[in-house]
Design a binder for this molecule. Structure first.
Ligand SMILES: [Ca+2]
Ligand SMILES: [Ca+2]
Ligand SMILES: [Ca+2]
Length: 241
């Protein structure tokens, strides 16, 4: 065979063989796209989440958690086979701007998704600090309710259409619903936190269908769900120490 050729006839004359050595996989696996770019068996392990530091230590996701591969139009794909077997989602959570957040998620799934990313669910104290700030204000934007800042029930997600439409927005799209770089702590999706009261778990911040100002505050602590509860308006975010 001539030097420099990569393919040659097989010894038995049937087909060709290639003498190239397999190279290293190409590219870092640093996009939260659900693709295992470096073929190490884990998708998106080098993706760097967007964090906001907490004064008390540690950090919180700047955005409501999203699935790998989420886009502004679609919340990403759940890769669990639809075979009726009860198993947790195996993928990681991501903190990314401008994508539909991860909703319809049970407490154990939210916890597993944070752990798959190397993190954990936020505690109630971490979550409340990020939302209200060190002074414990009622809303991410200040002490006084304003229904047009965060995506609660009074917020219209399609202003061109008559009436007030409720629905989920891509992460961070309500750009002034923010404190210190953390978005959507009030409204958009409600969020699981790792705070248990008997058999129930706390859900924080209110959501796109929450009409009462009191249901959208940073210190709301009486929205309790069973851990298996799932809803299109309920998501989570992750924290780390
Ligand atoms: Ca990988
Ligand atoms: Ca990837
Ligand atoms: Ca939220």
């Amino acid at each position: 065979m001539l030097a420099g050729l990569l393919a040659a006839c097989a010894p038995d004359g049937r087909g060709t063989v290639c003498d190239a050595e397999p190279g290293p996989p190409q590219g870092a696996d640093d996009q939260c796209d659900g693709v295992d770019d470096d073929c190490d068996g884990v998708a998106d392990e080098a993706y760097e989440d967007v964090w906001v530091a907490l004064a008390s230590g540690g950090a919180i996701y700047a955005f409501e958690a999203s699935r790998p591969g989420a886009s502004p139009e679609a919340p990403g794909v759940d890769p669990r086979p639809d075979d009726g077997v009860d198993r947790l989602f195996a993928g990681r959570a991501c903190s990314r701007p401008g994508v539909l957040p991860w909703a319809d998620v049970a407490f154990d799934e939210a916890q597993a998704a944070c752990q798959a990313a190397g993190h954990r669910l936020c505690t109630a104290a971490e979550w409340a600090e990020a939302c209200g700030g060190p002074g414990g204000e009622a809303y991410p934007y200040g002490p006084v309710y304003d229904g047009l800042v965060c995506n609660g029930g009074a917020f219209d997600v399609t202003p061109g259409v008559p009436g007030v439409q409720d629905g989920v927005l891509p992460t961070g799209e309500a750009a002034v619903c923010e404190r210190a770089g953390a978005f959507d702590l009030s409204g958009n999706l409600k969020e699981w936190v790792d705070a248990h009261e008997g058999p129930l778990v706390q859900v924080r911040g209110g959501g796109y269908g929450s009409n009462l100002p009191s249901a959208l505050t940073c210190d709301l602590a009486d929205d309790l769900k069973v851990p298996s509860f799932r809803h299109p308006g309920l998501g989570f975010r992750c924290c780390q120490r």
